[in-house]
Ligand binder design. Structure first.
Ligand SMILES: NC(=O)c1ccc[n+]([C@@H]2O[C@H](COP(=O)([O-])OP(=O)(O)OC[C@H]3O[C@@H](n4cnc5c(N)ncnc54)[C@H](OP(=O)(O)O)[C@@H]3O)[C@@H](O)[C@H]2O)c1
Length: 265
């Protein structure tokens, strides 16, 4: 026995379904179609709270991305993590401590092995870039080489190798740092390689295929790392990791490309 209320709801639902049908063809993605369907059901008052919750859950599943976060346990990795909560985050670092995988970004073979192991993914967020600190006159060739191989070449190689594996429409987000625009003593290698990465991102964005995007987050010092860097950065105002996390979120979930996303106080 169908109740009067159930019959009326069914009627309203078939009106909503008819309204939605012609729009199906116009909706390129399942996300936009699902959003349209939810809105139509709301307009025709034929959606229960439970059904809306279920549809929104499906929608969330569709928008969830597989994101590889490199350097996840570091200060910057933890900051990035706060902006990636809605995604399936696959973590990696050199030691692998507390992460799903190990990777050494200074080795192309290691980067390739990581992407092979992970399988299909939509985004790479890199928060690794080891830097040596010394006055210019005291920087050794080895210190320059170590910094360049990690913060510059390592990040470029992540993109170079990653392009063979990343899904269409995917994104890369790299890390630089404010010292290339606000120089301080002893940070010449950090500043120089940060500047190189900012330039790389702005230029290579024009050459990426398959709607793949790339951005770089250029933050000032984190509140959470003030005890490490604070002494060498007098007059700088640290920012909370959660604010820097928003910059990573904008890069991964937005449509911008070729941008240097500054986070400064
Ligand atoms: N912290 C800040 O306030 C701040 C501000 C602006 C910019 N940045 C930039 O952000 C980057 C990260 O800084 P951080 O403070 O987060 O450093 P951190 O706390 O020392 O963390 C470094 C992370 O990188 C990983 N790592 C180091 N070398 C690696 C390699 N060759 N391959 C793969 N993973 C490697 C480490 O993994 P393991 O522990 O497993 O070795 C660790 O997870 C640096 O380039 C820095 O200049 C930092």
């Amino acid at each position: 026995m169908i109740s009067q209320a159930a019959r009326q709801r069914e009627k309203r639902f078939s009106r909503a379904r008819d309204a939605v049908k012609p729009a199906c063809a116009g909706h390129r993605s399942s996300q936009s179609f699902l959003l349209y369907l939810i809105q139509a059901c709301r307009d025709f008052h034929c959606i229960t709270g439970r059904l809306e919750y279920r549809l929104l859950k499906i929608l969330r599943g569709i928008t969830m991305k597989n994101v590889i976060l490199i350097g996840a346990q570091g200060h910057m990795g933890q900051a990035a993590m706060t902006g990636l909560k809605k995604h399936n985050v696959i973590t990696a670092s050199r030691s692998g401590t507390g992460c799903d995988h190990t990777v050494d970004i200074t080795s192309k073979a290691s980067i390739k092995a990581l992407f092979e192991k992970v399988g299909p993914f939509d985004a790479v967020v890199n928060t690794v870039g080891y830097c040596e600190y010394a006055n210019f006159s005291e920087m050794t060739d080895e210190q320059w080489d170590t910094t360049i191989q990690s913060k510059m070449v390592g990040q470029i190689n992540l993109v170079n190798v990653g392009l063979n594996y990343i899904n269409d429409g995917g994104s890369f987000t790299l890390i630089s740092g404010i010292l290339n625009v606000k120089p301080i003593p002893v940070a010449i290698a950090d500043a120089t390689t940060s500047g190189a990465i900012d330039t790389f991102v702005q230029c290579v964005a024009h050459e990426l295929p398959r709607q793949v995007r790339i951005n770089v987050v250029n933050p000032t010092v984190l509140e959470e790392a003030w005890d490490v860097y604070g002494e060498m950065m007098p007059g700088f105002q640290p920012v909370p990791g959660a604010l820097v996390g928003k910059a990573f979120e904008r890069s991964v979930d937005g449509f911008i490309t070729g941008k240097v996303i500054f986070v400064d106080a």
